[in-house]
Design a protein around this ligand. Sequence first.
Ligand code: DQA
Length: 145
Amino acid sequence: MKILCLNGPNLNLLGTREPEKYGHYTLSDIEEEMRQRAKASDIEIDFYQSNIEGELVNTIQNAKGKYDGIIINPAAYTHTSIAIRDALLAVQIPCVEIHLSNIYTREEFRQKSYTAPVSIGQITGFGKHSYILGLYAIAEYLNKK
Ligand code: DQA
């Protein structure tokens, strides 16, 4: 099973960015933990982060035929990007949307997700564990398919 974990804008700053909301761990810390969990479950996992919407769209397009599932934290693009939503729809790769913070307890503009309706499901509010839960969720979904 091959999974792509995609990360949107400003997630490269995790660790120093608003740690009271997003935690003190870096994106590399999260990647490392996910790699260990994936390995234990015989899952291959690749990571990609970009601050640029079009690069995320290109990466989703290029994922077709290469990956069985996607875990995505679109970050701020969650709330704005019809382009990322359309790319996910176009490739038809099962996807789990995740967020570190609980977007439903935050500002109103964060409570709308363009990508959740085209995902299998959404995991939001568990800090870095959202990523781990996302990994288990996509693996479980793909195993049952
Ligand atoms: C986020 C929530 C988004 O609203 C925000 O723009 C982010 C991070 C999260 O993981 O909690 O950059 O996706």
